[in-house]
Design a protein around this ligand. Structure first.
Ligand SMILES: Nc1nc2c(ncn2[C@@H]2O[C@H](COP(=O)(O)OP(=O)(O)O)[C@@H](O)[C@H]2O)c(=O)[nH]1
Ligand SMILES: [Mg+2]
Length: 376
């Protein structure tokens, strides 16, 4: 009996042990399942399924544009605009209207006698403008006395030389020691002012545009277009365009619109391209019109509003210069005009090298013959 009791006790103990271990296994499994489902529900609720894909695919370079943006804003922007055209066509007034600043505070208007004695003078004015924390250093290069003389053959030579000098300065700075702080004074855009009173382009306009076309982005503008009716502006524009075509002049070509741009952007881009050459109006006056303070020109018969798209193409020109194409103008200057200047310079310097080597060889030969003759 004692033996049977001992066996039963051991069996009982074993059975209890098995039951307890089974219960604990089931319990731990249950706890794991509950934890896992809680985690899944939490992840699913907070980010949904895509988070797992994102986690797998997100390296971080999507923030690169932000980094570039921050760095560029910190560094600030620089832009050099050149205005070329006869005196009195409204160049200075337009520049002031474009950047809402008075760039020519201390200017001295020359009288007829002084103008006769003056040759083409290039002046550079710099203003630093800030808008919403973005700084722009704007250089405006003005060509005073252009087209004022009877013989204007060399008027554009000065302008062309100035552009070349800036390229040369940049090339030297690029191969110099302090490459970090290069001042970029290259001319990024040239507003070429065409008189509203002539019939299309004058011979001087054609010559000048031809001389500058491979050095700078030329944007033709019809000056003082408030003196022309709507039809006259249309006719003048089409005549100027056909003459540009006829003389094979190269003006700044707007880049094609990207395929992913929205409808509104495409429409604005089309309108912009259709406005070339821009018929512009400038004014240094701010007047009150129906309670609005606007830049305008006051006439006895009414008010011409500078920023009204029905009155002129001023807004299209400003949007293009400042909002949409400033970077493209800079890229074109660097990638096309400056590269072509560098290529020409390299070609010239290599030619000089070859001639130099050839001359050295001949010099040595002559020297040898002379020495031989003396020895003989
Ligand atoms: N009608 C008209 N006159 C203008 C316009 N812009 C400037 N002017 C006037 O033309 C004169 C010469 O302007 P200015 O800007 O000094 O010409 P710049 O010599 O080419 O710089 C000034 O009396 C201006 O008031 C314009 O769009 N229309
Ligand atoms: Mg001026």
């Amino acid at each position: 009996a004692f033996m049977i009791y001992r066996v039963l006790k051991r069996e009982c103990f074993l059975v209890v042990f098995f039951i307890l271990s089974a219960v604990s296994t089931v319990y731990s499994l249950f706890i794991r399942v509950v934890n896992y489902s809680i985690i899944c529900v939490y992840v699913g609720l907070s980010c949904g399924q895509p988070l797992q894909d994102q986690d797998r695919e997100y390296v971080g370079f999507a923030t690169l544009p932000n980094q570039v943006h921050r760095k560029s804003v910190k560094k600030g922007f620089e832009f050099t605009l050149m205005v070329v055209g006869e005196s009195g066509l409204g160049k200075s007034t337009l520049v002031n209207s474009l950047f809402l600043t008075d760039l020519y505070k201390d200017r001295k208007v020359l009288n007829a006698e002084e103008r006769l004695a003056q040759t083409v003078g290039i002046t550079k004015n710099t203003v630093c403008i800030e808008e919403k924390g973005v700084k722009l250093k704007l250089n405006v290069v003005d060509t005073q006395g252009y087209g004022d003389t009877i013989n204007n053959t060399d008027s554009y030579k000065c302008v062309s030389d100035y552009i070349d000098r800036q390229f040369e300065q940049y090339r030297r700075d690029e191969i110099g020691l302090d490459r970090k702080n290069i001042q970029d004074n290259r001319v990024h855009c040239c507003l070429y002012f065409i008189s509203p009173f002539g019939h299309g382009l004058q011979p001087l306009d054609v010559e000048c545009m031809r001389a500058l076309q491979d050095k700078v982005n030329i944007i033709p503008v019809v000056a003082k277009s408030d003196g022309l009716t709507y039809d006259e502006v249309k006719k003048k524009k089409s005549r100027i365009l056909s003459e540009i075509d006829k003389y094979r002049l190269k003006i700044y070509q707007f880049p094609d619109c990207d395929s992913d741009e929205d409808e509104e952007f495409r429409r604005q881009d089309m309108e912009l391209k259709r406005s070339v050459p821009f018929a512009v109006i400038g004014s240094n006056m701010v007047v009150d019109v129906n309670g609005r303070r606007i830049r305008a020109r006051l006439y006895p018969w009414g008010v011409v509003e500078v920023e009204n798209p029905y009155h002129s193409d001023f807004v299209h020109l400003r949007n293009m210069l400042v909002r949409t194409h400033m970077q493209d103008l800079k890229d074109m200057t660097h990638d096309t005009h400056y590269e072509s200047y560098r290529a020409q310079w390299l070609c010239k310097s290599q030619c000089t090298d070859v001639v130099g080597r050839h001359m050295r060889k001949r010099f040595v030969l002559v020297l040898m013959i002379l020495v031989k003759k003396i020895v003989d």
